[in-house]
Write a protein that binds this ligand. Sequence first.
Ligand code: DON
Length: 307
Amino acid sequence: MPDLDAVVQEIAAEMAQRSDRGEVAHYIPELARVDPGQFGIAVVGTDGAAAVAGDGDLPFSIQSISKVFTLTLALGMIGDRLWRRVGREPSGNPFNSIVQLERERGVPRNPFINAGAIAVTDVIVSGHQPRESLGEILRFMQFLSRDATVTIDAAVAASEKRTGFRNTALANYMRSFGVTENPVDFTLGVYFHHCAIAMSCRQLATAGLFLAHGGRDPETGFSVVSAERARRINALMLTCGHYDGSGEFAYRVGLPGKSGVGGGILAVAPGRASIAVWAPGLDAAGNSHLGRIALERLARRMGWSIF
Ligand code: DON
């Protein structure tokens, strides 16, 4: 078995050297200012081992990675009734695309494209004040990462709110079909803020551990979701977690993964480890360029592909 710590250190050293770093997200002004020279990685094993390298302890904007956790919360609230409002198929379109919504009666293809995640957030908002829903999501992240210091970057949330015309269009469009039920600005406010949660690779990898361990925290044994639900969330991450780059990610890495436009990726090696990487530069599909390459290296060296 290769030495995990050595592999992680080698990957971080290689990624620090590379000049092909992709492009930071420009459509959210606050993210456009992030230094693309950074790279972080953290691997937390189901056996408790942790390997962290590079900028693995620096907080970054988790963006769409938060959608894995809002999906988990919404399923906990209304179970399989969620699937009346959102599908489970890859979209084959960019994460912020609107075209399928008209043809498919306002029901988004999956919970990870922006429209789908907004529909999921709407479920969490129902019956609560936006502040309470956001508190629920943040406390869930603090609990899973075993770190009460996890917080929301208010500047990123405000920056996205100011420029979020496309998301506003998606939300209004779904509301017109009755797919969402709450005031559009309530739902969007919570959505923008949960995307703006800031976490380090170490915190994020810890938060994802339940997905690598049959739904349970391997340290405390606490059950977050059933083993069946964990399997299904992993299946959605594999098929839809990288939008129209999901096929390429499965082909190259072979692990369920969820990307964010802040440059993070959370990947799950079932039964073995939860992994978070962060490199702010993105590829054409809006997924971390070096993050994907780093995960490809890690999965190959450790023999962790699920295939
Ligand atoms: O709604 C948005 O556009 C962002 N808050 C999140 C998009 C995102 O992270 C796409 N992922 N690669």
